[in-house]
Design a protein around this ligand. Structure first.
Ligand SMILES: Cc1cc2nc3c(=O)[nH]c(=O)nc-3n(C[C@H](O)[C@H](O)[C@H](O)COP(=O)(O)O)c2cc1C
Length: 129
């Protein structure tokens, strides 16, 4: 499972590095590249004008068919807007919202995401047998 993410101020980047998994950082320069393996998206929370490179990536070629879930990084001070980017992505592409966490996440957040990724991976390998 690959981790696909974007990060403007480095918080999501720090979370992803703690996962220790194969990852791909989306920027304006590579948002239309194709992927041919399962992945989850980890999205920081900003206005759609900022995060739409993630939509561009997901909607490129067959990329959406490999999307398995979404996580959000945000700030609880935004109250009802907390992690809306991840919530919107999960809804738009009908995949599970795996976890929302603040900033670079805690060790517990890292472990939860690792566990969920493992669960998804093992479901896939048993259904392909
Ligand atoms: C201009 C701006 C707008 C933000 N808007 C929201 C928001 O609406 N909801 C939220 O949960 N977090 C919001 N955040 C917090 C960021 O999403 C959060 O700090 C995140 O960890 C940043 O990730 P990054 O450093 O990987 O870009 C905002 C931050 C900035 C600077």
């Amino acid at each position: 499972m690959k981790i696909v993410y974007m990060s403007l101020t480095g918080q999501t980047q720090k979370f992803v590095s703690k996962l220790g998994m194969d990852s791909l950082r989306i920027t304006m320069d590579n948002s239309f590249q194709t992927i041919n393996e399962p992945y989850i998206v980890i999205a920081p929370t900003y206005d759609i004008e900022v995060t739409e490179i993630l939509n561009d990536f997901i909607e490129t070629a067959d990329n959406q068919s490999y999307l398995r879930g979404v996580c959000g990084s945000g700030n609880l001070n935004f109250s009802e807007l907390y992690c809306f980017t991840a919530k919107d992505l999960a809804k738009a592409y009908q995949v599970p919202l795996l976890l929302n966490f603040e900033f670079q996440g805690t060790l517990n957040d890292v472990n939860i995401v690792k566990e969920k990724v493992n669960e998804i991976g093992s479901t896939e390998s048993s259904s392909s047998r």
